[in-house]
Design a protein around this ligand. Structure first.
Ligand code: HDD
Length: 679
């Protein structure tokens, strides 16, 4: 609502130039005679082309591809005991937010479903100014010190000679860097897991990554790790599915977020905090300041403190999603930094990048970046200045009535920021702390916490990525690092890429690091219900219309998104001769755009249709739930599903063939489980 004042209404009336001069014709340039040269006097043409030429701004150097939405955050309880942050004070009081999700490596036009980390950046428009929580969907990072960020990004980005690959890390320079930089090993385990190919932005966790500090009104600090947990549960694609989806719908995640919000199925996350008293700073077998480490939930539980709902799409992608400027140093009273060296460097980098990207120092005046609080500064002028600022621009002053004045310290509770008074002693040294030296214990913990099928996916991902590396020394070095995580993992990856396993000892796990953290497995993070899951119902002439309707209605009543797909658009006629509306022709969609498949009785004829057979075969290969009824078995068999009743994730009715409520409940339960990768 606060942005309404900045929203341009759709113009009604005559077209004008930027100067407000009405235009007689915008389709023909001013030229001499019917077929003569165009004249420099054509200021309308020059303005139109100039404005067009200047439409693009530099894309983000990382996280260029993304999608955003507005919403609100509301706490469940007051966290005043720990923080005076305005948005965490009163249960139920809503603070507006803007969230941008992103991939990291690819450019603005790259595909959504690539293997990559996802950005999860939230701007809270609090009553004490804007707070940005600029996180990712993984709780750790590749490097420990911001000084390595340009190296890391240069390594993962497309290679300089040919700008290949787009949106992918499967290339020499990335693995060269990581193999020489063992601190990246823990993050690599995450990036090779299915977390890097989320089903939807709406179904992924978010993490603040660093340890931050909450500060209460008395100035007492508490360390905190931030977690976002999606209400729909965490769900991922499988690798082959993700690759196919990148071609079938490169906008898969962007579209998914947009359509869910447009349809009123507002995505929701719970904010959780891990709170660590300052006295416990050194109580862990790793350093809280090391961003390649997480705090296992078994050691410090995640306390749910509020929820965030995204309920409004932007109106103009450029004005809002492209121009939104996040900055880790945008903090508010009640929240402060720690000395995590990655965070400290970020606190420089984000402002610096916005100055370049948004063309000068006034980007906080752009509607999406404006705080809802009144801004009173002595900053003046500069490119893109939108305000006519009268009066003085210095402090102290008397001629301006002393305004704007400073509030003085000790007033955190009134919303006056004051830095946390941390005592720090030491000499200026350019050296990594010895407490950051263990790079393998948590990588091994992650590996051992995975279900069998998750381990298989991680192994396959390493083999895929390293299989794209031409330099054998890099491949071998990386396998050598994996030995230190788990010898069997390394041996299997080595076998698949055809490299020897170096003789090396597995790293000794740090004492006290849990060997397993069950909370890390996707198996522990499913959601309940099937809201917004996309279910494809296949149909053709002769389909059992009553059964199709029963299934469709049941699933729609559980808030699933059901689509009837047939060999052609329009309608098919069912067994009783009635028309069944078709949502989309099979040739115009793909199995990878759906979560589950229903084959009603009467779809046996589709066993002759290559599109239908491929659709079902892919769904089968990708471990998706499939419900097979009556002659749908023939289609299933043609797609390679010989034994429906003995295949995990496949529902067939009881021998009497009745698709009753129990059957539909079973189907719902399968869809809730999302994928059956063990198939
Ligand atoms: Fe960063 C963008 C997240 C380390 C420098 N980063 C950016 C975005 C996210 C993150 C979500 C996109 C924000 C948006 O949607 O506009 N970055 C992270 C996380 C990190 C991290 C979770 C580690 C914990 N980043 C990091 C380091 C540096 C940067 C160490 C530099 C020292 N990041 C940037 C940047 C970007 C950026 C170059 C590019 C565009 C932008 O800032 O606005 O400044």
């Amino acid at each position: 609502m606060a942005l309404d004042a900045h929203r341009a209404p759709h113009p009604r009336g005559a077209l004008t130039t930027d100067q407000g001069v009405a235009v007689d014709d915008t389709d023909n340039s001013l030229h001499l005679g019917e077929r003569g040269p165009t004249l420099l006097a054509d200021f309308q043409l020059r303005e139109k082309l100039t404005r067009f030429d200047h439409e693009r701004i530099p894309e983000r150097v990382v996280h260029a591809r993304g999608a955003g939405a507005y919403g609100f955050f509301e706490p469940y309880e007051s966290l005043a005991e720990y923080t005076c942050a305005d948005f965490l004070q009163e249960p139920g009081r809503r603070t507006p937010v803007f969230v941008r999700f992103s991939t990291v490596q690819g450019p603005r036009g790259s595909a959504d479903t690539v293997r990559d980390v996802r950005g999860f950046a939230t701007k809270f428009y609090t009553r004490h100014g804007n707070y940005d929580l600029v996180g990712n969907n993984m709780p750790v990072f590749f490097i420990q010190d911001a000084a390595k960020f340009p190296d890391f990004v240069h390594a993962v980005k497309p290679e300089p000679p040919n700008e290949i690959p787009t949106g992918a890390s499967a290339h020499d320079t990335f693995w060269d860097f990581c193999s020489l930089q063992p601190e990246s090993t823990h993050m690599l385990m995450w990036v090779m897991s299915d977390r890097a190919i989320p089903r939807s932005y709406r179904m992924m966790q978010g993490f603040g990554v660093h340890t931050f500090r909450l500060v209460n009104a008395e100035g007492r600090g508490t360390f905190v790790k931030f977690h976002w947990r999606p209400k729909l549960g965490v769900a991922c694609q499988v690798w082959d599915e993700a690759q196919l989806a990148a071609g079938r719908d490169p906008d898969f995640h962007r579209r998914d977020l947009w359509e869910a919000i447009a349809s009123g199925a507002y995505p929701e996350w719970e904010l959780g905090v891990q709170l660590i008293p300052e006295e416990h700073e050194f109580a862990f077998p790793f350093d809280l300041l090391d961003p390649t480490k997480l705090v296992p939930e078994e050691l410090v539980p995640v306390r749910p403190v509020g929820r965030m709902v995204l309920d409004r799409n932007p109106q103009n992608f450029f004005a809002e999603t492209e121009q939104v400027a996040f900055h880790t140093a945008n903090i508010v009273p009640g929240i402060d930094f720690t000395n995590d060296p990655l965070l400290q460097g970020r606190n420089f980098s984000y402002l610096d990048t916005q100055l370049l990207r948004l063309g000068g120092p006034n980007f906080a005046q752009l509607p999406v970046n404006r705080p809802l609080t009144e801004v009173r500064t002595n900053h003046r002028d500069g490119q893109g200045q939108q305000l006519i600022q009268p009066g003085t621009s210095y402090s102290p002053n008397s001629v301006g009535g002393g305004c704007p004045f400073t509030m003085g310290g000790g007033r955190l509770a009134e919303g006056v920021f004051e830095h946390y008074q941390e005592r720090v002693d030491g000499q200026a040294i350019r050296r990594r702390s010895a407490s950051f030296a263990d790079h393998y214990s948590q990588a091994a913990m992650f590996w051992h916490s995975m279900a069998d099928w998750e381990q298989e996916h991680i192994t396959a991902a390493f083999a895929f990525e390293l299989g794209h590396v031409g330099d054998r020394a890099v491949r071998r070095r990386m396998v050598g690092n994996l030995v230190r995580v788990d010898a069997e993992l390394a041996a299997e990856v080595a076998r698949r890429i055809g490299e020897p396993v170096p003789e090396q000892e597995a790293a000794a796990p740090a004492p006290e690091v849990p060997r397993i953290s069950p909370a890390l497995s996707l198996a522990a993070l499913g959601g309940s219900g099937i809201s917004t899951r996309s279910v494809a119902v296949l149909a053709c002439d002769g389909v059992d219309g009553a059964q199709l309707s029963a299934g469709r209605d049941w699933l729609a009543a559980q808030d699933a998104a059901v689509a009837v797909l047939a060999p052609h658009g329009g309608e098919v006629s069912d067994r009783a001769g009635d028309g069944v509306p078709v949502d989309r022709a099979l040739s115009a969609t793909a199995s990878v755009l759906h979560d589950a498949v229903l084959l009603p009785d009467g779809t046996g004829a589709l066993a002759e249709d290559p599109d239908a057979v491929r659709f079902v075969a892919e769904a089968l290969r990708h471990g998706k739930p499939i419900a097979v009824l009556g002659s749908g078995r023939e289609l299933a068999r043609a797609a390679g599903l010989a034994d429906p009743q003995d295949t995990p994730g496949v529902a067939v009715p009881a021998p009497d063939g009745q698709a009753d409520a129990d059957f539909w409940r079973h189907v719902t339960h399968l869809i809730e489980q999302h994928r059956f990768p063990q198939r």
